[in-house]
Design a protein around this ligand. Structure first.
Ligand code: PLP
Length: 397
């Protein structure tokens, strides 16, 4: 009774493991404050829920095309065209259960064994996991604190070889909250065109921006046909459990991804797709309110973390994560790395955070230690959680 060898190559998303550890500690009666999971603590807006209920009552409960229902693909095409300043047709849109499957399917459609894929590190762990699973070669592009966790584009170009197939970008970024600047995007686009590369632009946090406007690499010269835009409903409309996302990509790739969907889940839940039309076309006040609240929480958590000895935290401009530097705290308290600090905070401080290594192995020459906190939790929890961290560190000092 043996499992297939390929599973040895498959990674995971550590946040879910910490979540289940937190849940079992809670079930055992422990009062844990969690900053571990990246999902809005808001409820899905009422108009979206009602549109879903109505779609069920209208019996939108059957199979639909693998790429998604046409009215939703039309809605998404119009939304992406407007927000990214590009032209998009509905047959360039593929709807999936969450944004995550776009990573899995597009990499399956593009990566041959031995192909190199450049991805941000620290970064969303699923990129590296799926690249490895396919026999591709993961090539981490370091995100550096001194560059506000954007990419070092000069270094990025050095990572490109004749075997490079694809570059994965994520801005605003998980776990650092970092952003790529318009200049970074221009330089990366020029490299992609010069070396004939695909770009998977993970734009799932594109609406979670605290100043300025969002720019997509897809709008730059030569990029339309080679960019896959990943976006979805999980974060923007607080719909993580609904499982709904999408990719925008050239027709040939969209057809290939739809064929993969036919082989796996057949199609995304039909009535949920009707609710998604309401999400995009209905009132956006709840998104604006949520983002305003995240901004206030960001300020609260950044100031609070910076007031704790041994911790220093940059103020990110997007997403709902902070990635404080905890090197001094680890050193002062005798922890070998952020994983030991994370375990100490969980078991002795009753606070759940994620260590740096939940987002990839450290880059060569990386000397600093980091943890990630999601501030998608109430201000009350943030204040209480920061006090617990401060007290736990002081107790060990
Ligand atoms: N991409 C990034 C960078 C994420 O952080 C996440 C979720 O945490 C996803 C994609 C997947 O989102 P979804 O829940 O819609 O599958």
């Amino acid at each position: 009774m043996k499992l297939a060898d390929r599973l040895n190559q498959l990674g995971t998303e550590n946040a879910f493991e910490v979540l289940s550890e937190v849940n079992s500690l809670k079930a055992a009666g422990r009062d844990i404050l969690s900053f571990a999971i990246g999902e809005p603590d808001f409820d899905t807006p009422e108009n979206i829920k009602q549109a879903c209920i109505q779609a069920i009552q209208q019996n939108q409960t059957h199979y639909c095309p693998s790429a998604g229902i046409l009215p939703l693909r039309e809605t998404i095409a119009a939304y992406i065209a407007k927000t990214r300043n590009i032209s998009v047709s509905p047959d360039e849109v593929v709807v999936t259960p969450g944004g995550k499957p776009i990573i899995y399917y597009c990499l399956h459609a593009l990566v041959n064994p031995g192909d190199e894929v450049i991805y941000p590190n620290p970064g969303f762990p699923i990129y590296e996991s799926v690249i490895r699973f396919l026999g591709g070669v993961p090539v981490p592009a370091p995100l550096l604190e001194e560059k506000d966790f954007s990419l070092d584009t000069e270094h990025l170009e050095q990572l490109i070889t004749p075997k490079t197939k694809l570059i994965i970008l994520n801005s605003p970024q998980n776990p650092t909250g970092g952003m790529l600047t318009p200049k970074d995007l221009e330089q990366i686009a020029a490299m992609a065109v010069k070396h004939d590369l695909w770009v998977l632009s993970d734009e799932i946090y594109s609406r979670m921006l605290y100043s300025g406007t969002f720019t997509s690499i897809s709008a730059l010269p030569g990029m339309a046909a080679r960019t896959i835009i990943l976006d979805g409903f999980s974060k923007t409309y607080a719909m993580t459990g609904w499982r709904l996302g999408y990719g925008v990509m050239n027709r040939e790739l969209a057809t290939a991804v739809a064929r993969l969907i036919t082989n796996c889940e057949s199609c995304t839940n039909t009535f949920i797709q009707y609710a998604a039309i309401e999400a995009i076309t209905g009132p956006q006040d709840s998104v604006d309110e949520m983002v305003a609240e995240f901004k206030a929480r960001r300020d609260l958590i950044v100031d609070g973390l910076n007031s704790i000895p041994g911790i220093s935290c940059k103020k990110p401009n997007g997403a709902f994560y902070v990635f404080p530097n905890v090197t001094a705290a680890c050193k002062n308290l005798g922890f070998a790395d952020s994983k030991e600090l994370q375990q100490y905070l969980l078991h002795s401080g009753n606070v759940a955070v994620l260590p740096r290594t939940s987002f990839g192995e450290k880059n060569t020459a990386e000397t600093q230690e980091y943890i990630r906190l999601s501030y998608a939790t109430s201000r009350e929890n943030i204040i209480a959680g920061l006090k617990r961290i401060k007290d736990a560190l002081a107790a060990k000092a």
